[in-house]
Write a protein that binds this ligand. Structure first.
Ligand code: ADP
Ligand code: MG
Length: 783
């Protein structure tokens, strides 16, 4: 022990000298100059003293009207701790972990901090995200995703050797962060020397402080320049339109219709006025209505939104002062669609005038460095971003912000047990942060593409993820960490989810196999906890690996995780449909994706992938995303030993369509409905919803007959009726063998339906035979 101590002391001395040398170098001094301009730097001493005096401290940026991020919490605080440990010759003894909600921010922040310290990544500063990392023997400050820290807890409950844990961006209230806080709350009393630092970009620090029995709170004052704010009515007004509301929202959330009326024409039009006019003309909107949260489908960003954005961007490029533009879009798919539109625009697509970049959580880390670079003089940087740029990534030279007002939010309807990922209006706090992004370097401008009163109806904060998403993965994690009873554990969360949601998740996990009757992990469950994805996708992949049909299953699972690759432009619906029908002879949307992907892959080999997409109305972006996900899924399976890392031969049966159906059925059950044929067509029934309908995009929606008695589906959406988005037809045998177990009376409604069906149609001997094969198969898969 003394020997180790001596080595670490020696190493600490070296670290101190190295740090000093950097700080005294020319580059180092220049960097320090930048760092000391950040508001957080001015509080350095106070921050360090707060940390040394308290076991737990909550840091937040002091909000002003303009919102306040980019003050240096993420890049500076962890660095202050490291520097001060190094200065006091404890460098080699400290071990700081800073969690980030997304992989992309873990990587980018670690790169930034390493370069601020004049080092390469993997020296004193490193990062670790799933399947990727840069961490060396001397790494004492590690940025990682929250998921990585949770996994580490699996192996090491006491986080031995860790001296500081910094949980960043807690205001986002992601599921993993809330989960981590419960675990840490239990751990801290046993580890009195472990420091916990929480960082938030919103002012709701009291919540976290009181959760940790009155932890210290420290505000970091920031600074923003004023931002001129335009709401939709102001933007329209510039072109002589007036937005009037016909009826108000009442307490029951009745819709409020907005009408746009043309006022008397103005004498002299501002450039933006004619731009907006053109946009409206292009969108052929004489009169558009905009409704509240309850039915926002009517506000179609594809229509007016894109044109409006294009014209505002164009106006900024032609008439405004220099400065980067940040456009907040709903999600990755919108970003890509808009990007494609802008690239063919004469001004915005001209790379000698505009540098068009995207910023979202699935971009490559190499791509994102461009975001921070200042473009050459005369070139305007435009970044299309998701809400990731709200707080976690700061684009420092930003002067203009466009905010479409929405973000994709996963949500969950506990009553109907229906998960959804839908565009939702953002919260007031998010809108404020988006706006604040414009005022970081000089006075800025923000265009909110929605009316002010809609903004006033936004909720104050977004609902935490744990309260709005299905809890299956979380329940699996709780079990794999051996944290005891799920409901008891979750009742100690910052805000506990509804009991019904917890029960549903547990029931679901019992039905699909990872839990046994007593809520204990089965072997299947054990493997699923190692696959960070929805359990149903994990199940399919495991099936594909076991039954040697992995290739198409990788595509199915990837296809379920990306946007529908089949495009259907309004003006070419028939052609698009004809193109899709080439892929859809299996009565399966999932197999249609497999066939389309395989065609694309061949075309890519011949370097005509883009043409192939164009001719077949396929989204090239989705194809590429599927391609990337397939690789990721495969390496996960290799990681956990289900696929031999040297072989690619798990594909002996990849051309057996029935086996692929079986895998899909195995994954998607209990998403299943019964096909009732009548004379001319058929109708569909599920246990919970009764009659359901097929979404018009489904390949099965065009059929008059389905040659199988069952459809399994991934997603159902409740609009007025319940719609199935996607489906694959499967036979009795497949449902009996790979759906729920057919023993009756264990409380699963589906099984009763199946059991009843069986009794009606099958001889008991046949049913028994199925049951015994099923048992063997279950054992086979489980073991
Ligand atoms: P906060 O966490 O308080 O929102 P950050 O620590 O993320 O703030 O960012 C502080 C400042 O550091 C930003 O305003 C930006 O100017 C700069 N910065 C952050 N990341 C990078 C980067 N990768 N490249 C260049 N500058 C960066
Ligand atoms: Mg931050």
């Amino acid at each position: 022990k003394a020997f180790v101590e001596k080595i670490l002391r020696q190493r600490s001395l070296e670290m101190r000298d190295q740090q000093q040398a950097w700080q005294e170098s020319l580059e180092g001094r220049r960097m320090l100059e930048f760092r000391s301009s950040l508001p957080a730097y001015k509080e350095k001493e106070a921050i360090l003293s707060a940390i040394s005096r308290n076991q737990i401290v909550v840091f937040l940026s002091n909000q002003t009207e303009e919102g306040e991020t980019g003050c240096g919490k993420t890049t500076q605080l962890p660095q202050f701790i490291l520097e001060s440990e190094i200065e006091s010759v404890r460098g080699a003894f400290c071990n700081i972990i800073c969690t980030q909600p997304r992989r992309i921010s873990a990587i980018s922040v670690s790169e930034r901090v390493a370069s601020e310290r004049g080092e390469k990544l993997g020296e004193s500063v490193g990062y670790k995200v799933r399947l990727e990392g840069m961490k060396g023997r001397d790494t004492h400050l590690l940025f990682c995703t929250t998921g990585i820290l949770l996994r580490r807890l699996l192996a090491d409950r006491n986080l031995k050797g860790v001296t500081h844990i910094i949980v960043d961006e807690i205001h986002e209230r992601g599921m993993n962060e809330d989960f981590l806080l419960i675990v840490l709350k239990d751990l801290l009393p046993h580890r009195p020397e472990l420091k916990l630092i929480l960082m938030s970009a919103t002012p709701d620090a009291e919540l976290f402080s009181s959760y940790f029995n009155g932890a210290a709170i420290m505000k970091i004052p920031g600074f923003t320049y004023p931002v001129r704010t335009h709401f939709l009515e102001n933007i329209l007004e510039m072109s002589g339109y007036r937005l009037t509301s016909d009826n108000q929202i009442d307490d029951y959330g009745q819709e409020r219709i907005w009408k746009m009326n043309k006022q008397a024409p103005r004498k002299r039009k501002s450039p933006i006025a004619s731009a907006v006019e053109d946009a409206l003309r292009a969108a052929d909107l004489k009169d558009f209505s905009l409704q509240t949260q309850e039915s926002l489908s009517c506000w179609n960003p594809d229509c007016i939104g894109f044109n409006l954005i294009e014209y505002i961007l164009c106006n900024i490029c032609e008439h405004e002062r220099p400065g980067a533009v940040l456009v907040f879009m709903t999600g990755w798919d919108d970003i890509n669609a808009l990007k494609e539109k802008l690239l063919i625009h004469p001004i915005l697509g001209d790379s000698s005038r505009v540098l068009l970049l995207t910023c979202h959580s699935s971009m490559a880390s190499s791509e994102q460095n461009l975001i921070f670079e200042e473009p050459e003089d005369g070139i305007r940087k435009i970044v299309l971003a998701t809400n990731i740029a709200e707080t976690s990534i700061t684009i420092s030279d930003c002067v203009f912000v466009l905010d479409c007002g929405k973000a994709k939010e996963s949500s969950y309807d506990a009553l109907n047990n229906t998960p959804c990922l839908l565009p939702t209006w953002i919260s007031k706090v998010s809108a404020q942060q988006r706006r604040g992004r414009a005022g970081r370097v000089q006075p800025g401008e923000c265009y909110h593409l929605y009316p002010r009163c809609l903004h006033d109806a936004f909720t104050e904060y977004q609902l935490p993820e744990i309260l709005r998403t299905p809890l299956q993965s979380l329940c699996l994690q709780i079990k794999s960490l051996k944290l005891g009873s799920i409901s008891e554990f979750l009742s100690r969360a910052l805000q506990s989810p509804e009991m019904l949601a917890v029960q549903n998740a547990i029931e679901y996990l019992k039905i699909i196999g990872p839990f046994d009757k007593n809520e204990n992990l089965t072997i299947l469950g054990h493997y699923l906890t190692m696959l960070p994805m929805e359990p149903k996708l994990g199940k399919m992949l495991i099936f594909g690996a076991i039954f040697n049909c992995l290739d198409p299953i990788l595509t199915v699972a990837a296809g379920l995780s990306v946007r529908d690759p089949f495009l259907s432009p309004l003006d070419k619906k028939d052609l698009a449909e004809a193109a899709k029908s080439q892929f859809s002879h299996d009565h399966s949307d999932h197999l249609a994706v497999v066939r389309a992907y395989e065609g694309w892959k061949d075309a890519e080999m011949d370097l005509i992938g883009h043409e192939y997409c164009w001719n077949n109305f396929l989204s090239a972006q989705s194809m590429k995303a599927i391609d990337a996900l397939r690789i990721e899924f495969l390496s996960l399976l290799k990681d956990i030993g289900l696929v031999d890392s040297n072989t690619t031969s798990c594909n002996t049966w990849s051309y057996e369509v029935h086996l692929i159906r079986a895998a899909i059925c195995y994954g998607l059950y209990p998403g299943i409905c019964f096909v009732v044929h009548n004379e001319k067509s058929f109708s569909l029934k599920t246990m919970e919803d009764g009659q359901v309908l097929l979404h018009s995009n489904s390949v099965n929606a065009r059929e008059t007959k389905i040659p199988y008695p069952w459809l399994v589906f991934n997603e159902k959406i409740k609009v007025n009726s319940v719609f199935l988005r996607d489906s694959t037809a499967v036979s009795d045998s497949l449902v009996l063998l790979f759906g729920g177990s057919i023993s009756k009376g264990d409380g699963d409604g589906h099984l009763k339906m199946l059991g009843g069906y069986l009794e009606f149609f099958m001889k008991p001997a046949v049913a028994n035979m199925y049951q015994s094969i099923r048992q063997k198969l279950d054992d086979f898969i489980q073991n």
